[in-house]
Design a protein around this ligand. Sequence first.
Ligand SMILES: Nc1ncnc2c1ncn2[C@@H]1O[C@H](COP(=O)(O)OP(=O)(O)O)[C@@H](O)[C@H]1O
Ligand SMILES: [Mg+2]
Length: 405
Amino acid sequence: MPDGTAVHIPKVPEKYVKWLRARQGIYREIANMSHLGQHKNVISLFEVLEYVQDSKSTLFLSLELVSGGELFDRIKIGRGTSEVTAQRYFRQLLDGIGYCHAKGVCHRDLKPENLLLSDPSGDAVLRIADFGLSAAFAIAANGSDGAAQSSAGVSSGHSHSHGSPSSCSSSPATPPSSLSMRRLRSVVGSPHYVAPEVSPDSVQGYDGPKADIWSAGIIVYTMVAGILPFGKDLKHCARFNEFRKWFERHELVYLAHGVRIQNVRSSPPGARPPSAASAPPSVTEADQRSKDGQRATPMEELNWFFPDHVTENARSLIIMLLHPEPSRRATLSQVLRHEWTRGGGAAEAVDSVTQQLGKTKFSRSPNAPPSRDQPRQSCQASTLASPDAKNEWGPGSSSQRGGPL
Ligand SMILES: Nc1ncnc2c1ncn2[C@@H]1O[C@H](COP(=O)(O)OP(=O)(O)O)[C@@H](O)[C@H]1O
Ligand SMILES: [Mg+2]
């Protein structure tokens, strides 16, 4: 105490701290899902039920049921899906992400296992699921958490239904201007899909929506290539380090419907990086050289990164999404305007190679459950026991989800 009085601060048992964190996570998931309401590309939360017993309580999340399985199960190893199919799912994914971001919520665990399909048909609609690691990145002017604000009832710990459905929007809206953005700090996500800046080394925290864009880039690469682009640990991944070096040599200039690659060395010293608003750059040193046939074009330098069957247009989109520097990574609107996203330049045919997933390079993300037949109803249960109760967590507890790093 300031007056020098000695006080005793009891040690909080680690078990209790863990329990509190897990409970906080579940309430955050419920709050964020309730805030989201309904959208065609986002799984809806219908109701939360709580079963209270003497020493524990179990929360049941009643979710909209889908029966088409996971997007993961539709990707052919070593080959991917046809680009036309990938484009369709990717547009739906962007619609869902855009909706969540417009509501001030970022997902932080986007991966094919968390993208479910409405039915087993080829025309199934993609729905983003598993908001267990989601975060509200928009804060109301009074400093409170913007997304969690509308979730009254959740904090009381009692069952509640979500609010009235929100209108569907496919535009990449931004959160209302009364909200301000906050940088996130929790290092969460799934290995292989998590952005490089989501790291304990990042002093400034990270931009949640940009981290989702990175994951979308890994997903689209995986869909079209049939393999994962990088290893689990980006810091020690030789492919990622080589990929990052390419961005040190080249600047991406975002244009109306795509991107232009400019050699960094051709910019005058100290010049600001060109923006989308600026006029298209003149022919660069790299372009000149490629015309002379002397050296690979900037895009050709990345041939090692893409399987041969991936089209030029898909490649150009992927490098926008996977810019290692989040401030130079494409925004959602830039991604939506890209020609590949809009439907151009995709490869129609794929061969009939069908292999089982889960081998060598391309395997299910850690902690993800094996795929299974979809139940008729979907209900997830999380048991919240008091910390000293014997059975602290029931199976399927949200605390075990998402493969936190
Ligand atoms: N609404 C749903 N309808 C059908 N299957 C679902 C639904 N929600 C989840 N699942 C299935 O359960 C799996 C795990 O759910 P998820 O919410 O991702 O939790 P976890 O945190 O365990 O990853 C999903 O990958 C999917 O196969
Ligand atoms: Mg999941």
